[in-house]
Design a protein around this ligand. Structure first.
Ligand SMILES: Nc1ncnc2c1ncn2[C@@H]1O[C@H](COP(=O)(O)OP(=O)(O)OP(=O)(O)O)[C@@H](O)[C@H]1O
Ligand SMILES: [Mg+2]
Length: 509
């Protein structure tokens, strides 16, 4: 168990890299394939050559039997029969024995007449006498001199029965196997060498392919490590159009985004510290001036009021930043429920009427909704009020005395639309582009108040979008500004107007 674990650990350590594993796997498959091929060819050729030789021996046997009839008739002498079998034996490149029923060599290509058949062939003599024929590999004992234990070459032997004068004899034909073996080993070499070379070539190819395939992964890993250490300047080269290439592309995009975020974060921090610094600087200046007696005690009241307003601005800045962060994290909103925008807008207007009056601004309200019916959308009521308040407060800030502010609520087919228009200082097209950005504020020389922190509209936009709405603006410098806020309209009970087809409840609105 422990051994196996250690082995696995070793394997992971050594072959942990994906590319090496892919490479080894491919290579293993190729080696298996090649070994299979080599084995098959080897068998095939071996069979082929032995079959060939066997056919040859059978033909030799037929030729020998043809000699037996003339021998029996007396037209062929024993000497001539020996000569003739010798020629046949030379033809098959081996030796031939004619053996009688007692195992005595009668004739043949050798000078062994009257000798006993070698004991290794006795069994086949038996089956030959029974009328059977067959092949065997015979390894006769050494014949050079007694006591020589060196084995003779193996001989491929064919035995088959024949008749002489009514007596059954067995014909043995033997050829040395060494010759066939030599041919086969030459063939083996011819097969193996190209196989080995192709294996080498395939191996090399696989090595480069798997390396190429996994190189981007390796690079991505290096890049990830670099990112971890804070370096966002590197990118992975995209070298292919496949999955790995796509991964590399996505990876680069993620790094782009990270870099972007890092940039905005830095910028945001710089902006925040800048926004904090100016009220703090003016507070410090005022406090030092009072301490050093540069400001007369009888003017303290005035300067304290300035200090208070600066402190309040700081407070607002911190609070709005926290609020924005909460909204951006998705934690700033309560559950969305159908809210009557007419009633909710009315409440905000009631609270603000005094501010409008103080600045002598005319405030009018128009509700394009059938009397007695509300205008419902899925909202967080408090956050909706905050939107209305922010837009109205901007209208107050950026409209000179004597101007007019109109609030309008409209019921459209499937939308609920709030419009806040003023006759104020308006904005240029470039300014409109930038009003949603954090800390973007009016150019002080153009009028309007200077107390804003420039987060109001950023918060408004995030809130509207968090409640699945849309906010747009139209403005012209010197003429006025209109903000349009639209939400999907719902019924008082939360269903969409028109509802699900066939639903009888869906006509209420
Ligand atoms: N009704 C408007 N008329 C003209 N300009 C406007 C109007 N509303 C907004 N703006 C422009 O958009 C800028 C951003 O508005 P936003 O409400 O975000 O900031 P702010 O009012 O200056 O500060 P805050 O609301 O955070 O106290 C304003 O400073 C002003 O330049
Ligand atoms: Mg504002």
């Amino acid at each position: 168990m422990r051994r196996a674990e250690r082995l696995l650990e070793f394997w992971r350590g050594r072959f942990g890299s994906l590319y090496l594993r892919v490479f080894l796997l491919f290579l293993a498959v190729c080696v298996l394939f090649f070994v299979g091929l080599a084995l098959f060819w080897n068998m095939y050729f071996q069979n082929f050559f032995y079959k060939d030789k066997q056919e040859f021996l059978k033909k030799g046997y037929v030729e020998v039997t043809k000699l037996l009839a003339p021998f029996q008739e007396g037209t062929l002498s024993t000497r001539e029969l020996r000569m003739a079998t010798r020629i046949v034996a030379r033809g098959v490149n081996g030796r031939i024995f004619l053996v009688d029923g007692k195992g005595v060599i009668l004739n043949g290509s050798t000078e062994y007449e009257t000798f006993k058949l070698p004991p290794t062939l006795e069994k086949s003599l038996g089956s030959g006498l029974e009328g059977k024929s067959g092949f065997l590999f015979d390894q006769p004992p050494s014949e050079r001199h007694p006591g020589d234990k060196r084995p003779m070459d193996t001989l491929l032997t064919y035995y088959a029965p024949a008749q002489i004068g009514g007596e059954t004899i067995v014909v043995f034909l033997q050829v040395p196997v060494a010759e066939i073996r030599q041919t086969i080993s030459v063939i083996r070499l011819i097969i193996l060498l190209p196989l080995l070379f192709s294996l080498l070539a395939v191996g090399l190819l696989l090595y480069f392919i798997s390396r190429r395939m996994t190189a981007p992964l390796k690079q991505m890993n290096e890049l990830a490590t670099a990112i971890e250490q804070g370096d966002l300047s590197l990118r992975v080269p995209v070298t292919s159009k496949d999955e790995v290439g796509e991964l590399a592309e996505s990876f680069n995009r993620v790094v782009d985004r990270l870099q972007e975020w890092e940039g905005t974060r830095q910028e945001f921090l710089a902006q925040v510290s800048h926004e904090l610094r100016s009220p703090l600087t003016s507070l410090r200046g005022l406090i030092s001036a009072m301490r050093d007696g540069i400001i007369e005690p009888d003017k303290y009241g005035h300067y304290f009021r300035i200090c208070e307003s600066e402190v309040r601005r700081l407070e607002r800045l911190v609070q709005e930043l926290l609020d924005l962060a909460r909204i951006q994290n998705g934690a700033g909103l309560r559950e969305l429920k159908p809210v009557d925008m007419v009633a909710q807008t009315g409440e905000v207007l009631d609270v603000m009427r005094e501010i409008f009056a103080r600045k002598r601004l005319e405030l009018s309200e128009r509700v394009d909704v059938p009397a007695g019916e509300g205008l419902f959308a899925s909202l967080d009521a408090d956050r909706y009020a905050q939107i209305v308040h922010n837009l109205l407060y901007n209208a107050v800030q950026f409209t000179p005395e004597g101007g007019a502010v109109k609030v309008r609520l409209e019921r459209k087919a499937d939308k609920a639309v709030l419009t806040v228009s003023d006759t104020g200082i308006g904005m240029t097209a470039e300014e409109i582009q930038r009003i949603w950005e954090k800390f973007h504020k009016v150019d002080r020389t153009r009028g309007g108040t200077t107390e804003g922190v420039g987060l109001g509209l950023t918060i408004v936009k995030h809130l509207v979008e968090a409640m699945n709405g849309r906010i747009t603006v139209q403005s012209r410098p010197g003429e006025g500004t209109s903000f349009y806020v639209e939400f999907a309209r719902v019924n008082g009970n939360g269903g969409y107007p028109g509802g699900i087809p066939g639903n009888p409840d869906s006509s209420a609105g």
